[in-house]
Structure formats: C-alpha cells, structure tokens
Design a binder for this molecule. Structure first.
Ligand SMILES: C=C(O[C@@H]1C=C(C(=O)O)C=C[C@H]1O)C(=O)O
Length: 412
C-alpha cells in the first residue's frame, strides 16, 4: 500500500533559501539559523505566506551552479545584479543599493593623500594599479570581478572566506581590501590607518530566484514593491544596512531603470553570440516577439492590479526604445576572439525574456505626473555604466515617463 501523504493543511510549504552566511550585515548563518537583513526580509515574507524557511549555505564561487542545480528556490545574501548571473537566474526587483569601496592602507609609494594629486577615486585607483599593490578580495563573487577589472596589474589576493579578507588587511598581509558601501564601514571599525576610497561602482542587490519558478519570482516582486511602498523595506535597510545602502530601490521607476540596466548589460554577450554565428544585430522577427510578449504580460499585470494598461502607443515606444538601445550597444560592443560565447536561443534570449517580463509587470505601475527632467537625471545615474549616449538615455527616460501620462498622478 502507498503511504498516506500528510494532509496539506498541517504541513506548511518549505521555501529553501540560499545564503552565503558570511556576509554581515546582509547574512550570517550559525547552526542553521540565519540573521541579518536578508533573514529579516525573508522571515517577514515567509510569515505572510505561511511558508517554512530552510536555509541552505552556498559558497560564492558556486552560487550560479547551485541555483542551476535547484539547490534552493531563492538565494539572498546581498547578491549584486551581474550579467553572468542574469544568464542563469531570475532577479527580483532590487532590495538595496551598494557600491565598491576600497579599504586602503596607503603604501609609501602611492601618491600622498591630498598632496597636490587629484583625489578623484579613479585617478587614485589607477596610481595603485601596479604589481606591488596587494589587494584582498572575496573570491568568486562580484567584487573579485570588480578587482580584476579595475586592477589588472595588481596582485589580487582572492580569498575564499569573506571574513578572512578583512583579516588580510588588518594583519598587513594586504595593502587594501575591496569591500562595499554597506560592509566596508563595518570592516573599518577598530582598524587604524585605513582610508575608505570610493564608491567607484554603482550596484544594486536583489533576490536571485530559480528561473523554473516564475510564480515565486513574480510573487516576491509584488511583495517587495508593497514592502517599499509601506516603508517596511526602508526600515529594514536603515536598521541593518545603514546609510551605505541608499534607498529606495523597489519603486516602479527605480526598479524599471535597474531592469533596463540589467537587460542592457547582456548586450555585449549578445553581440559575441551573433558575431560567432554570423547573425545580424537587428532581428525584426525577434523584436516582434518581444513586443507581443510585452503586450500580453502588461495586459495581465494591469488586470491583476485593476488598472488599465498604458495606451499601446506609449507601450510600443517604451519597448522600442529598449530594443533600439540594445542594438546600439551590440554595435559598439567589443567581440574579442577569446570572449566566452553563450547560446542566443538557449541562454541569452531566455534571460532577456525573464528581465522583459519583470519590466512588463512594472509598466502598469508607473504613476502619472512624473517630472521629465527628474526622471532623465535619475536615468543618467542608473544607466551611466551601460555605455549608452546621453540622447539614448533621454529617450529611454522620456518613454518611461510616457507610460504614466494617461494615469492619474498619485495623491499628494
Ligand atoms: C537582443 C537582440 O538583438 C536585437 C534587440 C532585441 C531586443 O532588445 O530584444 C531583439 C532583436 C534584435 O533586433 C536579440 O536578437 O535577441
């Protein structure tokens, strides 16, 4: 006889949450119990949804492989949105901002602080980028990539234990540690003779969901947008992350701009894939498909919200601006022969579709009455590192404003 399944009502569903557990104030994991910003956030979600949390530890270099192997439903540990990760997983709307920051014990050979040299962080970084500069960084994550991009000539000490990165600079084994605006100030506490240099990147962190669970991702998005609106997310940020995680991020406009940046960050890889396959940059049939999917997803999202979708003209203008920007970046992308090639059909387009679908759920939430100049300014900040030209960013910003023009402005 088959064993009886337990009655569903008595058994709460389990949500398996991946965490590095080594990254305060985002996440700490001790004896199976997580604490920090991510734990507080996920516990609040689980309570509302009647889910039981099960914490699963991941190591930073294995995050993507673990998600692909379905070892957890969602990972959350101050995970920076990065294109190689977008390729495999489905990010939620961002939960916080972050930026790379150097904890520096200035070597004797380095230009003196304020000593007549430019103290622009980027000029100082260039001066430090030499073989005798020892830079400690957490191995396998976003910051190792940042370290290798900004310090191609330095000695990078990639350490597979985040806490040991701080130790390396504390003990003098390294001249600097690469950290960020949330973690860096905490690391600097109790250490003397250190300067904080930066931030010199502008990043967002988000929850990172198994792409085979689109309903979970969509529900997390809806929930996070509501947490931002109610102020609950802002409170958690202030309580755990401090001023380094300048918010808000989970508003329709902020989330749309970061989704746009995430989408565009994949374009250099699209360019490589097309170049290898000898395919054209402009693919009208694919653009028609993207637009068709957007129309139907925006309709659905608007119906779920009980609002009318933006007029088709505004919707088309917005998605066409996204795709035109995408093609410009493909045209400008370098396609070096040693760049890894990803599959257009199996990896890149599905990843783009996941981001487009998040964009589509945000579109009917764009309020009316947005100030064009303010949105242009914000777009220039959020899209600064995409490689778009000023006019291209303005067009995206204006198309975003256009999504809300037929809608009432929120009550003051
Ligand atoms: C991204 C691609 O390149 C171009 C841009 C598109 C987009 O932004 O979705 C779609 C088709 C192409 O004209 C692609 O071919 O998938």
């Amino acid at each position: 006889a088959r064993p009886e399944a337990p009655p569903a009502s008595r058994e709460s569903r389990v949500l398996r949450v991946g965490t590095s557990g080594d990254y305060p104030p985002f996440s700490t994991l001790k004896e199976g119990q997580a604490s920090g910003f991510d734990a507080a956030l996920l516990e609040s979600y689980a309570t509302e949804r009647g889910l039981r949390l099960e914490w699963v530890r991941f190591r930073w270099p294995e995050l993507v492989a673990d998600l692909r192997a379905h070892r957890f439903d969602v990972a959350t540990s101050g995970i920076t949105v990065r294109p190689e990760r977008s390729l495999t997983g489905r990010y939620t709307v961002p939960v916080a901002r972050n930026g790379a920051l150097l904890l520096l014990r200035r070597p004797t050979w380095a230009p003196p602080a304020g000593g007549g040299t430019s103290e622009e962080p980027l000029a100082l970084l260039r001066a430090l980028d030499r073989p005798d500069f020892r830079l400690a960084v957490n191995k396998g994550g976003h910051l190792e990539r940042v370290a290798r991009a900004h310090f191609p000539h330095a000695r990078i000490l990639a350490i597979p234990d985040n806490a040991a990165v701080r130790e390396a600079v504390a003990s003098g084994q390294a001249d600097a540690a690469l950290s960020n605006t949330v973690e860096g100030p905490r690391w600097a506490e109790g250490l003397t003779g250190l300067e904080l240099v930066g931030p010199f990147t502008r990043d967002v962190v988000a929850l990172y969901v198994d792409p085979s669970q689109p309903e979970l991702a969509a529900d997390l998005d809806t929930w996070l947008l509501r947490q931002e609106e109610s102020g609950a997310l802002g409170e958690l940020r202030a309580r755990y992350l401090g001023p380094g995680a300048t918010g808000p991020t989970a508003t329709p406009v902020d989330a749309l701009l970061s989704a746009t940046a995430e989408r565009l960050a994949l374009m250099p890889m699209v360019a490589v894939a097309k170049q290898r396959a000898g395919q054209p940059i402009e693919v009208p049939a694919q653009e028609a498909k993207v637009l068709e999917a957007a129309r139907s997803e925006v309709q659905k999202a608007a119906a779920a919200l009980g609002v009318s979708p933006p007029p088709d003209e505004a919707l088309t203008a917005f998605f066409q601006a996204q795709m035109d920007a995408a093609k410009q970046l493909q045209l400008r992308a370098a396609t070096p022969a040693d760049a890894p090639a990803h599959s257009l059909d199996d990896e890149l387009r599905p990843a783009l579709a996941r981001i487009s679908s998040r964009i589509s759920t945000l579109v009917p939430r764009v309020p009316g009455g947005l100030d064009r100049d303010a949105i242009r300014h914000k777009a220039h900040e959020e899209l600064a590192s995409t490689g778009l030209e000023a006019g291209e960013i303005d067009r995206l910003a204006d198309a975003l404003v256009g999504l809300g023009t037929s809608r009432p402005a929120p009550a003051p």
